[in-house]
Ligand binder design. Structure first.
Ligand code: NAD
Length: 290
């Protein structure tokens, strides 16, 4: 069985690691926060005291880190320490261009690599129902597939290096934009005197239906239980949504794509975060639509 190194044992990484341990993989874990490593020792995690420990004798190294600069720093610190054909899999959400640069660095060192950001949040990480959007080679994907199956319910090789991150950027830009649109529809309905439950009943079964209405309605007491029923506690925080929209914006600019709604969504979330509301769930944007 393959030996796994896992770097970044935060909200997502800890749950993903637990699922690997449950499936009897040997996992050696590292996080700059030693408490997070300690918490997983009773579950069978082997502690790494530093990044060099991860490089010893691992077949696959998974990173789940806050942003692209940190992933790059970790890669730069570890990449020279491997002596055999290790596969690097970055599951963090980072910029498409940065993911491509990291693939190139790995290729230069003859290390296989995948970008494999996820959708499904902390709940999906815990229940092993994540979706992995993957960029890289078929060979690398095949090597990682059994682990994707342990940590998630779906994975798709979206194309060559960086195209996993590209898929994630498109998905989250669309999610933010539809959530803003859903908020506007409910605000208009309310101002016209509509009962939101009746509006939901029609919207969720008509041409306006979408995941943001049907599964995540931002109105308290309407539709299935969602963060709106819980004072907008996340869920998926607006801070993280702004991060993802900023990644999408960079991709819009670097490809010269016309995406005025995506840009507008980024501005709306920026405003919300600047008003110190970034810790609220992203569906709370309904209160900040301007
Ligand atoms: P988190 O902040 O909870 O975890 C990140 C971990 O990385 C922390 O434990 C931190 O101590 C550790 N870390 C930071 N710098 C490090 C370094 N140099 N070396 C080793 N460890 C280091 O974040 P998270 O919510 O687990 O998210 C991780 C990634 O997953 C992000 O890129 C995020 O955008 C993405 N993501 C998150 C969610 C979500 O709902 N939380 C959903 C989808 C994708």
């Amino acid at each position: 069985m393959k030996k796994i190194g896992f770097i970044g044992l935060g909200n997502m990484g800890a749950k993903m690691t637990m699922n690997l341990l449950k499936a009897n993989y040997e996992v050696i874990g590292y996080d700059i926060n030693k408490e997070f490593v300690k918490n997983l020792l009773p579950k069978g995690l082997k502690p790494a005291n530093n990044l060099s420990d991860i490089a010893e004798d691992t077949d696959i190294v998974i990173t789940m880190l806050p942003n692209g600069d940190i992933v790059e720093e970790v890669y730069d610190n570890i990449i020279d320490k491997f002596t055999r054909g290790t596969l690097f899999v970055d599951c963090s959400t980072i910029e498409v261009d940065k993911a491509r640069e990291l693939h190139k660095k790995c290729e230069d060192k003859k290390i296989l690599s995948l970008d494999a950001p996820v959708s499904g949040g902390v709940g999906g990480a815990e229940q092993a129902t994540l979706t992995f959007m993957v960029g890289g080679t078929e060979n690398a994907y095949k090597m990682m597939l059994p682990l994707f199956e342990v940590m998630g319910k779906k994975s798709l090789l979206c194309g060559s290096s960086g195209l996993g991150q590209a898929t994630k950027a498109c998905n989250n830009m669309l999610l933010a934009t539809t959530m803003i649109g859903v908020g506007e529809a409910f605000s208009l309905g309310q101002n016209l005197g509509l009962d939101p439950k009746k509006l939901f009943e029609i919207l969720s079964t008509s041409t306006g239906s979408c995941w943001a209405i049907n599964s995540y309605c931002p109105i308290k007491g309407v539709g299935p239980t969602s963060p709106a029923d819980n004072d907008f506690r996340p869920g998926f925080s607006s801070d993280l949504m702004l991060k993802d929209l900023t990644i999408a914006l960079k991709a819009i600019e670097s490809t010269n794509t016309s995406a005025p709604f995506g840009k507008n969504s980024q501005e709306n979330y920026k405003r919300m975060v600047n008003e110190n509301q970034g810790s609220l769930d992203f569906s709370a944007i309904i209160k900040f639509n301007k």
